[in-house]
Ligand binder design. Structure first.
Ligand code: UP5
Ligand code: MG
Length: 196
């Protein structure tokens, strides 16, 4: 990390809402580095010699949220190793444990700017994830059984965190149901209005 305190935008929304898709578009247009907590966990799962490989696979397949110590360390290392100062943190924090862990570990090392929330109906989310699974995503959680659990976890654990940020006036909500370019035109507006 450079001397400047890193700026962070949390990118949240249901499974398949389009977080990853929109983050790539943001990176193309604005000076941000994309860190997907899910991608970092999947990489760690496959890393030879990782002590967390089987734990991560069990959590992901069952749509459960990996203990924050693991996820937050992966995020902090990725931030440090990038040498950059503006980050999109995609898919994190997803529950109170994640939020508490982030505040403990990163609270005074990063400035959270706002939460970008992709609002999408459950039906659309499910169709997008199943579609991605059918076109060979290779993700062990793009199947109906895992998706039911992912959605349950999202409703029970993640939505309350979004509500919490909303009460603090930190959430920018985007309708994620239109096509990806249309969604991005709203995203772009938010970033420009926020001075990026
Ligand atoms: N698509 C995207 N946008 C579209 C649009 N506007 N119109 C039509 N189609 C659109 O998109 C999903 C699919 O939809 C793609 O095929 C895309 O082309 C299409 P994507 O951009 O990948 O959506 P995204 O929201 O990123 O979906 P993802 O499945 O990645 O979300 P999840 O939140 O479920 O997955 P994540 O990788 O973040 O986490 C997976 C698991 O890891 C979690 O369930 C959990 O077990 C674990 N995890 C933790 O434990 N802790 C963490 O901090 C993070 C993850
Ligand atoms: Mg994703």
């Amino acid at each position: 990390m450079a001397n400047e305190t890193p700026k962070v935008v949390f990118v949240l929304g249901g499974p398949g809402a389009g977080k990853g898709t929109q983050c790539s578009k943001i990176v193309d247009r604005f000076q941000f580095t994309h860190l997907s907590a899910g991608d970092l966990l999947r990489e760690e799962r496959s890393r030879e010699g990782s002590e967390f490989g089987s734990l991560i696979e069990d959590y992901i397949r069952n749509g459960k949220i990996v203990p924050v110590e693991v996820t937050c360390s992966l995020l902090e290392n990725a931030m440090k190793n990038s040498g950059k100062t503006r980050f999109l943190i995609d898919g994190f924090p997803r529950n109170q444990d994640n939020l508490d862990g982030w505040n403990r570990q990163m609270g005074d090392k990063a400035d959270m700017q706002f939460v970008l929330f992709f609002d999408c109906s459950e039906d659309v989310c499910v169709q997008r994830c199943l579609g991605r699974g059918q076109s060979g995503s290779g993700r062990s959680d793009d199947n109906m059984e895992s998706l039911k659990k992912r959605i349950q976890t999202y409703n029970n654990d993640s939505l309350p965190i979004i509500k919490h940020f909303e009460n603090d006036g930190k959430v920018k909500t985007i309708d994620a149901s239109p096509d990806a370019d249309k969604v991005f035109s709203e995203v772009e507006r938010v970033f420009v209005a926020s001075g990026f």
